[in-house]
Design a protein around this ligand. Structure first.
Ligand SMILES: [Ca+2]
Ligand SMILES: [Ca+2]
Ligand SMILES: [Ca+2]
Length: 201
């Protein structure tokens, strides 16, 4: 019966890793648009899969800045100058009451005064709102924070703060929202123990 128990444990591990790593954000690394190496392009958000809002500027290894993930990253302060703050957002579906982890990489382009706000809204509630103002030009930093959904309709949103309307600053890459594993793992572990006991009889 040891084989059965090991199989159940393995199956549970696979399930856990699959669920825990499922990113609810699509094209979170801005890889869907093909940009030539060493180049940049800007796109209307309608031409970038899954993202909405302002134009998006996408870089591929321009000026010696390599993406945190894959080939591409975005610059929030996109092209051309619009006179408005830049806001990009993506809708996703959450489970009300479930906790999630939002993470992404960010980097300053020209100076350490660059800043943007990241928010998560579920329904009409803002469940996460953080001013990200500690990035540097020397490398990527990683943001990570938890939120709990209060509705199934969810949205993650990035808004330029400094510069507010200028076109230079605030690189972003590898946006991810994953279900916080704690509750799910406990649930699956409980279920697998029951199954393991049945197999072992
Ligand atoms: Ca990327
Ligand atoms: Ca490329
Ligand atoms: Ca730009």
């Amino acid at each position: 019966m040891r084989v059965s128990r090991n199989l159940v444990a393995l199956f549970t591990l696979v399930l856990m890793s699959g669920f825990a790593n499922a990113n609810l954000i699509q094209n979170g690394g801005f890889e869907d648009n093909a940009v030539n190496d060493g180049q940049w392009r800007w796109y209307a958000s309608t031409d970038v899969n899954n993202w909405s809002g302002s134009n998006l500027e996408i870089w591929d290894s321009l000026q010696g800045v390599h993406a945190y993930e894959g080939e591409n990253h975005a610059e929030l302060n996109a092209h051309p100058y619009t006179g408005n703050v830049f806001t990009i957002f993506q809708d996703f579906t959450a489970v009300s009451g479930q906790s999630y982890n939002l993470s992404f990489a960010y980097r300053a382009r020209s100076n350490s005064h660059e800043a943007f706000r990241v928010e998560v809204a579920t329904g009409t509630d803002t469940v996460l709102s953080t001013l990200v103002d500690d990035h540097t030009t020397s490398g990527w930093s990683v943001f990570s924070a938890m939120f709990t959904a209060t509705d199934t309709a969810a949205q993650v949103r990035f808004t330029s703060v400094s510069p507010a309307t200028g076109t230079v600053g605030n690189f972003i890459d590898d946006v991810s929202v994953v279900s916080a594993p704690g509750a799910l793992i406990l649930f699956l572990l409980g279920g697998s123990l029951v199954v393991a006991r049945r197999f072992s009889k």
